[in-house]
Design a binder for this molecule. Structure first.
Ligand code: ZN
Length: 364
């Protein structure tokens, strides 16, 4: 996904990306202006408005990210999509009041921007006559700052709808989690969200078709959040040693890729430990082998293509931490050691297997 996103920059230590689909919105705004007979200048103003609005969305996401940082939670990046921004927090705050503050910080930023703009518009006598605007019957005639004010009010209100994936859904879950366990709070909040979503879809058919779209979006979001939470609850209490791969093939860094291929074909393994004098020096995955073969050929040495930048984890690490510290950083496998003795490997596939087994046992 990263390669399809444009990096905007790094602010307060957090990288901000723009997803390629974002440009669809920009093109759409331009087309809309041309369609109603506007010239290039008005079209460019329209695009500029959207860009400033998305700057407000970025500030909204920084509201979440910087509040989370106060609770010791880092943010991997912030990515802008046409439907809004997403701040990928490395984990979710455990305590309900922390989650509540992190969730509310985003909409609070938009509310603050709206208040500042309104005070300015009011002080300079620029509050437009709304009834006159209704008669002109075009959203595109709205004065710039007034439009920005209204858009921030909508952003704050929309995000406070108590349904996943909106911030209001997380806030509702946090409030419920004061009195019931988190997994139950998630189910309840997801239920409220899906109920609201059905009402949106229903109302949408009568009033505004956008509500149908929003309703479907909310319905899917609620389901996704519930399943994420389900995974988290399955992971709870499990440690790296519970999904440890004890039987694995060790390769030598001086072997050729041809020899690696024969190990690949001889076993079920998808990742190999590369060890030099009993000391792990790298991990060779199936994909590393394919890439090495196509770039360097059969005779290349394993040392040339293996991943030297691998993680070493302890058998006692919780799987929740393993997700946050290894899998979410783009690595699928790690070496497991205790003190200086090698215990084995752990990878994503094995954890998924372990979770499937756990789930099957729960159903009994
Ligand atoms: Zn938000």
């Amino acid at each position: 996904m990263k390669s399809w996103s444009l990096k905007l920059g790094r602010f307060a230590g957090i990288e901000v990306f723009i997803h390629w689909t974002f440009w669809i919105i920009v093109a759409w705004i331009l087309l809309m202006h041309f369609q109603i007979g506007h010239g290039l200048e008005q079209g460019i103003w329209g695009v500029f408005f959207v860009l400033v609005l998305f700057a407000c969305v970025v500030l909204h996401e920084f509201g979440h990210a910087l509040t989370a940082r106060r609770f010791g939670i880092a943010t991997k990046n912030i990515t802008l999509y046409p439907i809004g921004g997403i701040a990928s927090l490395e984990s979710m705050p455990e305590k309900p009041w922390q989650e509540l503050l992190v969730a509310l910080a985003g909409p609070a930023v938009n509310a603050l921007i709206a208040v500042v703009l309104w005070l300015y518009l009011n002080a300079t006598g620029q509050i437009p006559d709304l009834s006159a605007m209704k008669e002109s019957n075009s959203m595109l005639e709205v004065p710039f700052l007034w439009g920005l004010y209204a858009a921030n009010v909508v952003l704050a209100a929309f995000n406070l709808i108590p349904a996943f994936p909106m911030d209001g859904g997380r806030a509702l879950r946090a409030i419920l989690a004061f009195s019931v366990p988190r997994s139950q709070a998630t189910r309840m909040a997801a239920g409220v969200g899906q109920f609201l979503a059905i009402i949106f879809v229903f109302l949408g058919f009568f009033y505004n078709f956008w509500l149908v779209f929003i309703g479907l979006f909310v319905y899917l979001g609620a389901g996704f959040e519930a399943s994420q939470e389900h995974t988290q609850s399955l992971l709870a209490g499990l440690r790296v040693k519970d999904a440890l791969i004890k039987r694995f093939t060790v390769l030598d860094p001086d072997m050729t890729l041809e020899e690696a291929v024969s190990s690949l074909l001889d076993s079920q393994d998808t990742d190999f430990l590369v060890s030099d004098d009993d000391r792990p020096v790298g991990i060779l995955s199936k994909n590393d082998i394919y890439r090495g073969l196509s770039e360097k050929g059969n005779d290349a040495m394993i040392a040339e293509v293996m991943d030297r930048d691998f993680y070493v984890v302890s058998a006692e690490m919780t799987l929740q931490d393993f997700f946050g510290e290894v899998l979410n950083k783009g690595k699928d496998v790690a070496v497991v050691m205790d003190d200086s003795s090698l215990l084995g490997l752990i990878d994503r596939a094995n954890i998924e297997e372990k979770l499937l087994i756990r789930e099957a046992l729960r159903r009994v």
